[in-house]
Each structure stands twice: as C-alpha cells, then as structure tokens.
Design a binder for this molecule. Structure first.
Ligand code: ATP
Ligand code: MG
Length: 455
C-alpha cells in the first residue's frame, strides 16, 4: 500500500493458510478481511486484547461459489445467495469464503448482490472503514482504500462512503455500527453518527431474525453495556425493545441492569438476555407477561423463550443459606434442578455488579447448601416418587383426578422428608389419605399432615 503506514505483523492460524493457499493454487486470490485484520491493527496500536484464531474466519476471493464448492471437499452452503460458502478445515473449523461482491440493487433490508472482480470493488461495499481492510497472505499485499487503519488507530467508527446511503442500503448497519462502537469503545464519526441517528427510523423494516442475531452478537461481546447503552441513546431501543425504554428512564435501574449483564460470562448470551429483560416487572408474573411479547417479536425459538421466561419467573423468591433442608427441597422442586446454576449466576451477577462482597459470600454459602442437598439426589419430581399411578390403582384407588391429587400430596410429604420415599411407606400413606377424614375429607387448600403424625 502507498499510505506509508506500518502494517502490523500477522500470524494466521494454519487452517486459514491452508484455505488461502488452496484457493491461490487454483489461480484465485484469497484475502483475509473483517475481525482478524481489525484486531491485528488494534493490537499493534496498543489494544491488549489478542487476535484470536476464530477471528480469521472471513475470506474474500474472486473464486465464484461453484468454484469454491468444487475446490474444497467439505463445504456448507451457508449463504450461497450472498456468495458465501462455508469451508470446513480438517479439525472442523469453518471458514466463510465469500466471493467479491458489488451491490447492484437494495431494498433497505437485503442487499441483492452481484459478483465483482476485484477486492477494491468488494471493499467499497463494506459497511465501516475499519471493516474494509484486506490482506492477501500469498503476496503480503494490503488494501485499505478508506483509511480504516487510521480510523482504528484514532478509535473512530466511520462509514465507507456516504453514510446516509450506506445505512439506507441495509439498516442492519445501524445496529452493527452500535455494536462495533460499543465493542471497540470507539467514537462514532460525527457525520456517520448523524446519519445513523436518522436511519434509526428504518430499523422497523429489518427482519426480526437479523435483529435478534445482532442482539445476541452484542450479548456475546465482553462488555455489552456499551452497545446496549448506545441502543438507548440513538433510539434503537425504542424501535425494537420499547418495553425496555421505560426501564431505561430510571437511570439507576438501567445502569444496574447493564452492569449485571456485563457481569455474566459472555458465552452465556441467553442468560445475559434474561438479565437484560429482568426489570420489566416487579414479580415473576409481571416479568414473564411483559417479556413474552418481546421474545416473540424477536422470534426467539420456543426453547430459548421458555428458558428465559422460566428464569424470569423463578428469579425470586430465592433461597438463602439459613433455609431448612425441606425449604431447599421445595424450592428445588419448584424451579427444577436444571435451572439452579443459572438462577445462582443471575444473583451472583447482581452481587458482583453492585460490588457487594457480603452478598456474594451469602450466595456462595447458599449455593453450597443447595449443592449438598442436590448431591443426596432427593426425590424432587413426581417421577422420582417410589410409587406411581399404577401402584395406586392396584391399591384400589379409583382412576381419574384423585390419582394426581394423591401423588401431589405424597410428593409434598416426601419433599419434607425424603426418607418416606419407599413403596411400602407411600402405599400406607396413600391408603390413609383416601380413608374418610384423609385427603378427600379435607378442603383442597388443606396443608399436608405433619410427618410423624399418624395419618
Ligand atoms: P465479528 O465476526 O467479530 O462480528 P466481523 O467484522 O468479522 O466481526 P462479520 O459479520 O463476520 O463481521 O462480517 C465480515 C465482514 O463482512 C465485515 O467486516 C464487513 O466488512 C462485511 N459485512 C458484514 N455484514 C455487512 C453488512 N451488513 N454490510 C456491509 N458489510 C458487511
Ligand atoms: Mg466475522
């Protein structure tokens, strides 16, 4: 390149080199773009975060998708319509090999692409200057036509070309811009920022899937609080997450929430999402009622939505180290033991965010108790009962709802005292319950008899 800048040293992983050399040996160009180049330039400028092998996953080439599929033995058609073919390396790492592109037509949602012949044409259609730098390993050539390296060094996010036009071509770039500015802790160049704020009004035209994937990328960053704070500042929150706008109106609650999101490990993006929407309601019921439409709007999978809603419902009441073993078991039965670690993670993140060491010690003590209790594998669900519907029928209990009622009652007794969980003992108790004056004789809200009491 001719801009006189020193280029940082690059050390691609062996798999990247293999992909690039294979393309080059077939007469094609292979250029590294995206995260790896950004990170390498940032590292040379003093950023302590390392360049990770997985950042090298974007390869730009003049090979067409059918060439790529022909050249490599293991390929995945992850985005053929956008010119992207997934190439699997020997160890299963996937490289996204994308043919040089030229935008020919756009509708603000999807770019309808045509292929280009040169890397320079390709870089001109990329979103931000810091993402429009390319390096060709075979020849050690650099391309940085929009001075992205200088922007990386001065920590500025700037659109390639005319910012308003670039956002209007694809409104996802608004959210990508907030993510990169947040992740890198960069200023947004004023003309880019002005155009971005204008373009927020177009966010509603994006598909829910793209917005959700973008949110999850933010949540996988080291400190999502910055991008999420920007979401609010520019009005992106209002566009897609209006319920949270009301939360953000209380600056203290909003700050606490973002700090707690940061305090959850980054690979737990769904848990971070749960923490983000937690302040939507004061109690489990209100929280789930208000979070459900948000999750549906973002088209979260049913499994993910269920997971988040379950955590919101059971966030409180929580247990403490002084609770009795029976209380711990009732709580475990209520929340399901699979959710216990995540519930603890949520509370620990709150304690960490508010820098309350005593709270952390309290939670760790509670965790030890719960953990010990779980080690004894107490019967927590109806399926764990030593007696089932069939045995009750054999005892002469009439079929129908009474069976379920009896099992519930036996379960409540077993949670109080797991030693009761034996077929003979439970059969004896079941018989006692169906005798006059037993369960059927009581009103339905009746508490279970104390154990030891002669039922
Ligand atoms: P990361 O993978 O860490 O999120 P990245 O820069 O590698 O960051 P990708 O989404 O993997 O981002 O995209 C790779 C490159 O493709 C980007 O660096 C950018 O040059 C280009 N790109 C991706 N999406 C868009 C878009 N919507 N508009 C323009 N260019 C894009
Ligand atoms: Mg990438």
């Amino acid at each position: 390149m001719t801009d006189g800048r020193d280029r940082p040293p690059l050390a691609p992983p062996a798999n990247f080199t293999w992909v690039a050399e294979t393309l080059e040996s077939h007469g094609f160009e292979a250029w590294a773009v995206g995260g790896a180049i950004r990170a390498a330039v940032r590292a040379a400028a003093g950023d302590p975060s390392p360049v990770r092998d997985q950042d090298w996953d974007d390869v730009a080439t003049n090979a067409r998708p059918d060439d790529v599929c022909r050249i490599f033995r293991r390929t995945v058609p992850i985005g053929i319509e956008h010119g992207t073919v997934g190439v699997l390396a020997r160890d299963g790492t996937m490289y996204e090999v994308t043919t040089f592109r030229l935008d020919v037509e756009t509708d603000g949602r999807h770019a309808v692409v045509a292929f280009a012949d040169t890397i320079d044409e390709d870089l001109a259609r990329r979103d931000f200057t810091v993402n429009a730098i390319a390096w060709r390993s075979a020849t050690d050539e650099w391309r940085d036509p929009f001075a992205g390296q200088a922007d990386l060094e001065r920590r500025v996010l700037r659109a390639v070309g005319d910012p308003a036009a670039r956002f209007a071509e694809d409104y996802l770039r608004v959210l990508r811009g907030l993510r990169f500015a947040g992740r890198l802790s960069f200023e947004i160049d004023p003309p880019t920022r002005a155009a971005l704020e204008q373009a927020v009004s177009g966010l509603g035209r994006l598909s829910a899937e793209r917005v959700r994937e973008e949110l999850l990328k933010v949540l996988r960053d080291r400190t999502p609080s910055r991008a999420l704070g920007l979401y609010r500042e520019v009005g992106a929150l209002q566009a897609w997450y209006p319920e949270l706008e009301a939360v953000a109106e209380d600056p203290e609650a909003w700050r606490r929430t973002l700090e707690a999101v940061d305090a959850i490990p980054r690979h737990r993006s769904l848990l971070r999402c749960a923490r983000w929407v937690l302040p939507l309601g004061e109690d489990g019921e209100a929280r789930t009622e208000r979070a459900r439409p948000l999750l549906e709007r973002l088209k979260f999978s049913n499994a993910d939505a269920r997971r988040v809603l379950h955590l919101l419902r059971h966030y409180q009441p929580f247990i403490g180290p002084m609770d009795s073993a029976a209380q711990l078991r009732h709580w475990l039965a209520e929340v399901g033991h699979g959710s216990v670690p995540d519930l603890f993670r949520l509370h620990l993140a709150d304690a960490r965010a508010s820098a309350e060491p005593q709270m952390q010690a309290y939670l760790i003590a509670a965790w030890r108790r719960v953990h010990d209790e779980m080690l004894s594998a107490p019967p927590l669900t109806l399926a764990d009962l030593a007696i089932g519907g069939d045995e009750l029928l054999a005892l002469g209990v009439p079929g129908g709802p009474l069976i379920g009622l009896l099992l519930e009652e036996l379960h409540a007794q077993v949670l109080e005292d797991p030693d009761l969980n034996e077929p003979v003992e439970l059969a004896r108790r079941a018989r006692a319950l169906i005798e006059p004056g037993g369960l059927i004789g009581r009103d339905s809200s009746g508490a279970s008899p104390e154990h030891g009491e002669d039922v």
